[in-house]
Design a protein around this ligand. Structure first.
Ligand code: NAG
Ligand code: NAG
Ligand code: NAG
Ligand code: NAG
Ligand code: NAG
Ligand code: NAG
Length: 669
């Protein structure tokens, strides 16, 4: 079953949430209301704060959630007229109507032949606990709840949660030393997963990704990663296929209060400005409190600018496939064979050919053109094969060519070492970011949406001190991004679903390499206050105040353009029509030495196109001490006319022991 489980991880489904805002009227609606205390009346305790929130409301019983940690405000039921009164009160900042997000399951392949895809209940996981890797780390999962008695959540060999854990388990029978918390923010207080998504994402976080790492050449069980020893806490914010933004924000608020170190969120709504997005607002507060936030990039690919969860304080993770296939082979009556995938592999392979289009003995699921070569091993009820677009076209041509087309579906089991791997999954959402095109998104790619194995920083047996216990979330993200692999296992460029080299809007900085991430050499750090100058470049003072949870006066802040945020990747825009008076773009960065001292790094620039000239000043960085910081500037000029609209490359700092790589994207607009 091991291989089956691993292949599933390459395709962790992602909740794509479509918005449905309620109509206004005189009846009660839910609003997220952002408020900020006057300087003289800052509430001292959570009870004080809740009491202060109540003063905004016309009567008891209207408050749904009081936010304490990642938002300054509350969710409440109000009529539009009552909201007008609230808006006039001192301390009011803004109100956002609660949004009902609807889960959309996309990408069910169109099928050819007979039979229908089965619901995913046939998926199984086996538990795998190695050493104590990840001990002491608490991973909070914001999702649809968790299915009890799932083998992923056995706590064999797990120590009790660390003392900092303050969370609760609403159904104590459900929890143990692995699954230490389960809280529901939806109406029935029931933490059970009715959808399957939360169980799947939490199961992934529980430790299976470590096995995935072993598929990339590491010995099983010795991969660095948080996985097997980490504790899990589930925050149920979706009762079914609908989720309310007020509940999502409440889940993030609680996860931060409870002491989670990492938040893993595979939810996302439509692209919205950060100050309106409950996940962007909530995760900003989480980041400020030192919580590392890993978010799925979305499953709306391969369309351009489909990336979600694209705020710079999030690690935005694209989805790529692994080198394992749960293969079924389609053999046609004319002898041609095509490899596909299916989790359902009945024993005893049928020797009979079945007519295509009669019966229900099996099914062939071909991709659309845009879905290219990505195939999924799903739990079908019949012998089945999900094949790529090219194979599907060939099968169609065969059907057209003969009066009595016949086929067999042969189960082949788990095939290891398939190539190309990793490759981008067609559904993985693509950049550039709509909300902030000056930040290159997604950040990295990994098998499925969870890259928690790239969390080597607070990991270790309880007795041993952690390696980098005090790194900020931005420094950890930098380490993950600047050490990512840009080639696949065969040393070739990572390919997309059409088997063309994938660009950075698909892969981000590359494929996560957990071992290298533990020792990046240099990091690009960002302090929480740095984001304020960046946000003031995008939004008004009031909008930035919502995210910062305090009054911000952007006129009194050093405002920076997006590309000036000390991000580990670079995205700039140059004018398409330029001449000798066009000014170069200057990109400033600050690198901190977290490797050896003394050490010396040399700048190298890889650009894929001669229509852009890139220079780095100074050309060398010399560090005499650990944690020393050095500034440098990357200067970007247009250098030729009529080139591609987007040119990509990299700036690398290279020492004897490290390569610190920043992907670089130039858009001509
Ligand atoms: C859910 O829990 C809250 C807080 O404990 C309680 O006020 C509410 O009545 C509960 N709801 C249900 C349906 O049990
Ligand atoms: C999901 O649950 C909510 C709350 O009970 C309910 O109002 C809604 O109709 C449900 N939606 C679906 C799609 O079942
Ligand atoms: C993606 O792009 C295609 C072609 O441009 C379009 O037909 C399709 O609706 C888009 N899909 C989404 C999810 O926006
Ligand atoms: C098969 O025949 C159908 C209907 O005549 C046609 O639309 C389709 O393009 C053909 N497909 C191939 C691959 O030849
Ligand atoms: C914002 O800061 C500017 C510059 O310091 C100042 O002139 C202005 O009065 C401030 N605005 C508010 C509302 O405090
Ligand atoms: C150069 O281009 C700018 C616009 O990008 C234009 O305003 C300016 O007149 C041009 N100058 C010359 C010398 O062509």
């Amino acid at each position: 079953m091991d291989g089956f489980k691993l292949s599933l991880l390459a395709f962790v489904p992602f909740l794509f949430l479509a918005i449905a805002v309620e109509a206004t009227g005189d009846e009660l609606h839910t609003f997220i209301v952002h408020v900020q205390p006057q300087e003289s009346h800052v509430p001292a305790t959570a009870d004080d704060r809740k009491a202060w929130y109540e003063t905004f409301l016309p009567e008891d019983g209207r408050l749904l959630h009081a936010y304490h940690h990642v938002a300054s405000g509350f969710a409440a039921r109000l009529t539009p007229r009552e909201l007008d009164a609230v808006s006039a009160m001192p301390g009011f900042v803004s109100a956002v109507p609660d949004q009902t997000y609807t889960l959309q399951t996309t990408h069910t392949p169109q099928f050819l032949g007979l039979g229908a895809p089965a619901p995913p209940q046939g998926k199984r996981w086996s538990s795998s606990y190695g050493s104590g890797a990840g001990a002491g780390v608490i991973v909070g999962v914001i999702d649809t709840g968790v299915f009890p008695d799932h083998p992923s959540f056995s706590d064999a060999g797990m120590p009790p949660p660390p003392a900092k854990w303050k969370g609760a388990c609403m159904s104590p029978a459900l929890c143990n030393n692995k699954l230490i918390g389960a809280t529901s923010f939806v109406y029935d207080n029931n933490t059970v997963d009715e959808v399957g998504h939360g169980t799947h994402t939490a199961g992934t976080a529980a430790g299976h990704f470590v096995d995935g790492v072993s598929a990339f050449g590491l010995a099983p069980g010795t991969a660095s990663g948080m996985a097997p020893g980490a504790h899990l806490a589930m925050y149920k914010v979706c009762p079914n296929e609908s989720c309310a933004s007020s509940d999502m924000l409440a889940g993030v608020d609680a996860a931060v209060a409870d002491g989670c170190d990492v938040l893993s969120i595979s939810l996302g709504g439509p692209s919205e400005p950060f100050y309106q997005s409950p996940l962007a607002v909530g995760t900003f507060g989480a980041m400020e409190k030192g919580v590392f936030v890993s978010m799925a990039a979305g499953n709306a690919g391969p369309n351009v600018s489909s990336v979600l969860n694209d705020a710079p304080w999030m690690l935005t993770v694209a989805a790529s496939t692994m080198d394992r296939s749960i293969r079924t082979t389609v053999r046609l009556g004319n002898g041609l064979q095509f490899d596909g995938e299916s989790l359902y592999q009945p024993s005893g392979s049928p020797n009979t050919f079945y007519p295509l289009s009669a019966g229900g003995a099996g099914m062939i699921l071909p991709n659309h053109f845009l879905q290219g070569h990505t195939t999924l091993a799903e739990a079908h009820v019949l012998p089945a094969s999900h094949v790529g677009y090219a194979a599907g076209s060939a099968i169609m041509a065969y059907i057209n060519s003969t009066a009595n087309p016949v086929a067999q579906i042969l189960p082949r089991g788990t095939i290891l070492g398939t190539t190309p791997a990793p490759a981008m999954a067609f559904f993985s959402s693509r950049g550039p970011s709509v909300q902030s095109p000056g930040i290159l998104k997604p950040d990295i790619t990994g098998p499925g949406v969870n890259v928690l194995a790239a969390w080597p920083f607070r990991v270790g047996p309880p007795s041993a001190p952690s390696r980098h216990p005090h790194w900020s979330p931005a420094a950890i993200k930098s380490a993950i991004m600047t050490t990512a692999d840009i080639t696949d296992r065969s040393g070739n460029p990572i390919l997309d679903e059409q088997q063309a080299p994938a660009n950075f809007f698909a892969t981000g900085a590359g494929h996560v390499n957990p071992e290298k991430a533990a020792d990046p050499g240099l990091v690009y750090d960002i302090a929480p206050c740095d984001y304020v100058g960046y946000l003031c470049g995008l939004y008004t003072s009031q909008q930035v105040s919502v995210i910062a949870r305090r009054p911000v006066n952007c006129s009194a802040v050093t405002v920076i353009p997006e590309h000036q945020l000390n991000y580990p990747s670079i995205s700039v825009t140059l004018p398409r029509a330029w001449n000798s008076t066009t000014k170069p773009v200057l990109v400033r960065r600050t690198a901190r030495n977290v490797g050896e001292a003394p050490s010396e790094y040399y700048a190298a620039v890889d650009m894929l196109d001669e229509t852009v000239t890139v220079r780095v000043f100074p050309r060398t960085l010399q560090f005499t001490e650990v944690n020393q910081e050095k500034d440098f500037t990357v200067v970007v000029w247009p250098a030729g006319q009529g080139g591609a609209r987007v040119v990509q490359g990299a700036v690398r700092w290279v020492s004897e022991t490290h390569t610190v790589r920043s992907p670089f994207s130039v858009t001509f607009a």
